[in-house]
Design a binder for this molecule. Structure first.
Ligand code: NAG
Ligand code: NAG
Length: 226
């Protein structure tokens, strides 16, 4: 094999193994139900003894058929996430689920999931959705989704969903490729961090004056997730 072929093979192998560690690790057994009484810190949760595992460990009466309150935060949305903290049997399985309710003109504001790709379907209403690719292109890909449509948000990329209808609410169900996808809401993380990031830093980063940054930092940055 020519040196260039070896180099290509090496590069592909390196990419493939990086890809493996970029998502949740694969399970080494049928399941590893989270033992919430353990204080041992591992990546994920310690397994409870398999002989004590019950169907309830894989179950949650989550009432995901019921509408959520979208008026208690300024963005007008409510994310109900079912992750490994809610269903202990999800530990090590690399998947989670969310119901998202949107008020008329409500949005799930720009955010990223540091550990998951997301696939979303609209159950009711219309959603304007999009994501932005990483530097240097920062290409914006967007779409209007109607009931029954499906859209994918790639792992780690900034994305949002907005309900453009001023009269009707919208509802979506999303699946995420991590037992604990995590969420970083851009505005909250940047302007609502505790303690605050210095306004010198943010004024330069956003190319605005410090008063604008101070005003943004003084807003109430509520989370829309439960
Ligand atoms: C741990 O799980 C048990 C049974 O699933 C539950 O009753 C208990 O409240 C949980 N404890 C904590 C600290 O979450
Ligand atoms: C979501 O809705 C539930 C009730 O439907 C409410 O208890 C909860 O506070 C709401 N959460 C947010 C973040 O608005």
């Amino acid at each position: 094999m020519a040196t260039s072929s070896y180099f290509l093979l090496f590069t592909l192998l390196a990419l493939a193994s990086w890809q493996t560690i970029a998502s949740d690790p694969s399970p080494l057994q049928d399941f590893c139900v989270a033992d919430n009484s353990s204080h041992v810190l591992v990546n994920g949760f310690v397994c409870k003894d398999p002989k004590d595992v019950k169907a309830e460990d894989f179950f949650l009466a989550a009432k995901l058929d019921m509408p959520r309150d979208t008026r208690s935060n300024k963005v007008g949305s409510n994310v109900t996430l079912i992750n490994a903290m809610r269903i202990p049997g999800l530990n090590t399985l690399g998947i989670s689920l969310a119901r998202i309710d949107y008020a008329p003109l409500g949005e799930n504001p720009p955010h990223t999931h540091p550990r998951a790709t997301e696939i979303l379907t609209v159950l009711e209403g219309t959603l304007y959705v999009g994501f932005v690719t990483s530097n240097p292109d920062n290409k914006f890909l967007s779409k209007v989704l109607n009931k029954g449509d499906v859209f994918v948000f790639p792992e780690g990329l900034i994305h949002f969903q907005f309900n453009p209808n001023p009269y009707k609410p919208a509802v979506a169900i999303a699946a995420l490729s991590s037992q604990n996808p995590g969420a970083i809401t851009i505005a909250n993380a940047v302007f609502g961090s505790k303690p605050a990031i210095s306004d010198d830093v943010l004024a330069k980063a956003f190319q605005v004056d410090k008063k604008t940054v101070d005003w943004l930092q003084a807003q109430f940055w509520a989370d829309n997730q439960n």
